[in-house]
Design a protein around this ligand. Sequence first.
Ligand code: AMP
Length: 217
Amino acid sequence: MNLVLFGPPGSGKGTQSERLVTEYTLTHISTGEALRAAIRQGTELGKVAQELMARGELVSDDLVTDLLSSLIRQHRSQSDSFLFDGYPRTLEQTARLERLCEEYRLSPPACIKLDVPDQTLILRLSGRRICASCGATFNIYFKPTRHAGVCDICSGPLTKRVDDSADTVRERLRVYHNQSAPVLDYYRDHGLLYTIDANGSSDEVFRKITAIIEENY
Ligand code: AMP
């Protein structure tokens, strides 16, 4: 089974991916995480991606597809089930994922789309805080820490992702709404699209996703 978790920034793809890979034997590939790692490591790709990501723009289809391909290659001998998180984001990437699945002999992925209203996304993203020490995620509106700016788990300092600033969040949502329709049309036309109302708790959304998987795979 291969899955694409599709949805606007802040729709919970990262959180649900973490839960899904422990429930099912899936290899999680997040292009956003891989790009952030490239930035931390100061690679050539990281240098190109850094500015684009800070502005909320997309990294080029070529660069991000090369990255995806290398990640699949790295894990393919141990895994035949992948969870793609944050890829594809454009119609071109959708076609390239289809070709990569053929090349690596992976079954065509089903696409699970997480629907969340923009107003909620803006609060989720602009309120998101991440512990610099242990990586735990909080939210000043929905999941505040006991002491402002301090992690409940390890007392580390909380930070904000650079692309969670108000202007960048607006741009990321605009890009998403611009690019998503043809991607969704593709999966719908192939009978591989499942849409979920994801404006609820993490547990509720997880139950809905697992129900789709159990019913269809
Ligand atoms: P994410 O963590 O998935 O929200 O991604 C963060 C940022 O990384 C995005 O706003 C883009 O700038 C970049 N990015 C991640 N995945 C892709 C992709 N498939 N295509 C282009 N850019 C991407």
